[in-house]
Design a protein around this ligand. Structure first.
Ligand SMILES: [Zn+2]
Length: 219
């Protein structure tokens, strides 16, 4: 935990909004009670929960601004369960070999943004997922999708058109041979219009991935 994080946790200790357990704004048990929200308006993009749910909103905030590791683990666990449930679906509709494991990658931040923030919240979720995945059901890579263009925060833009314009061409794919004819799953913390995930999926598809899916913790 950063010094700032330690300072915040003394002043404002995190407690589960539902049951009061300390250390996280939402504990694993209470997260299980939150209704699942599998559909978005893009068939390739799924979200686990609704961002309108107050506990989910608060918990994602704690992950993003307080770098709360427990939160990353709790979402990592929910994501792992979701991915295992859909494991067959991921390879079924692609030209990838059934034996090929899907590669899971987080939405990257631009290197300047990463430097000022100190961490990437989507990367934290995927890191927690990777630790849980002791059966190695999935592959992981952090040297494939790169954000090459700094973009205005999507939340600062009003409409869908502005958002997709803002994000256009902001990703590039490196080491494309690693995903050629493979299934790729991109993880983001929050998706609103789906523009960021959609842009990332397009870049990966153009680079030769056989099938691409986006999964956000909340929509
Ligand atoms: Zn709880």
């Amino acid at each position: 935990m950063s010094l700032w994080g330690a300072f915040l946790s003394v002043l404002f200790p995190l407690r589960c909004t539902a049951c009061g357990l300390s250390g996280t704004p939402l504990c694993r048990g209470c997260l299980d009670q939150v209704p699942k929200m599998p559909e978005t308006n893009n068939p390739l993009i799924t979200a686990l929960y609704s961002y309108r749910h107050p506990s989910i909103k608060k918990t994602l905030w704690a992950l993003k601004y307080r770098n709360n590791t427990t939160t990353a683990e709790i979402f990592g666990n929910a994501l792992y369960e979701h991915l295992l449930e859909r494991a067959h679906e991921f390879t079924a509709f692609s030209s990838a070999s059934q034996n090929d494991k899907p590669t899971v990658i987080p939405i990257p931040l631009h290197k300047r943004r990463l430097r000022t923030r100190g961490f990437n919240q989507s990367e934290k979720i995927v890191a927690a997922l990777k630790l849980l995945d002791t059966n190695e059901s999935f592959l992981y890579a952090d040297d494939i999708l790169v954000k090459i263009k700094e973009t205005a925060p999507q939340a600062s833009l009003k409409n869908k058109q502005e958002r997709s314009q803002n994000i256009r061409g902001c990703f590039t794919v490196r080491n494309a041979e690693k995903i050629k004819n493979k299934v790729v799953i991109v993880v983001d913390d929050i998706t609103t219009t789906g523009a960021t995930l959609n842009e990332a999926l397009g870049a990966l598809k153009n680079a030769g991935a056989s099938a691409v899916y986006g999964i956000a913790i909340a929509h």
